[in-house]
Write a protein that binds this ligand. Sequence first.
Ligand SMILES: [Cu+2]
Length: 256
Amino acid sequence: TLGVRRCLRAISPADTVLPLESVASFREGDVVQVDQELMRVLAIDAAANALQVERGVQGTVPTRHSDGAPVHDPSNEIVVERGVFSTEPAPHPVGTQVLNGPIPPPEGPLTGEGGTPPCGQLPPAAAPGITPTLSPGQPQIPRTAQPIQAQVVEPRDGLIEVPMRDNLFVVNNLKVRLNQSVNVKIINEGQNPHNLRLAGPDGAWNTGDDFAVPADGSFVQGGQEAVAVFMPDQPGVYVFRCDVHPTTMWGIVTVE
Ligand SMILES: [Cu+2]
């Protein structure tokens, strides 16, 4: 290890002078370590390359040290055995971080959602998509929901088509004209049952102002489709979801 100097002769417990290869890296007042013993440097004899030391400081005990024992300043140097735990000694560039492992896990949940990624994992990527400004009182889109797409889908010839898979709306940013009825067709391309429900202007699910496809509140089985007529009579930005998958399948309808 760089900076470690070796004793040039064996040191008895009573010795207070350490003859070294070099004293260049030591200063008066340093606490140095030799084996398990700590010593305080009282004076430095540069001409003789020797340290005058107080033995057995900081609760350690003066002991015998063999010829060649390493002397180092534990405040900024460590003596290491290289290549332990079946690893190989390797060169390390200047600036390499030296960690005192194992690294304890961070506080809190290990899901990564709170900004603290689990060991070895990157934080979750920011979800693509937009953050819509919903009309007041609309249900909050859960964090687990599919992203709201930037791509806006409008009716063609009075029909808006919403394909669905397991478990997402293939398009989920819809836009319709105020006071203009539109056929909303959901096409279940998946295996699971799905539907599409707006909470409506009151923001509450399963109330009289809901709009749902199928309109009778049932679900569309895999491979099936359903249509209902939507008559938007209040402008705003409304959420919709699938009642079967209320944590993931969400979208918005803008009425203007
Ligand atoms: Cu669903």
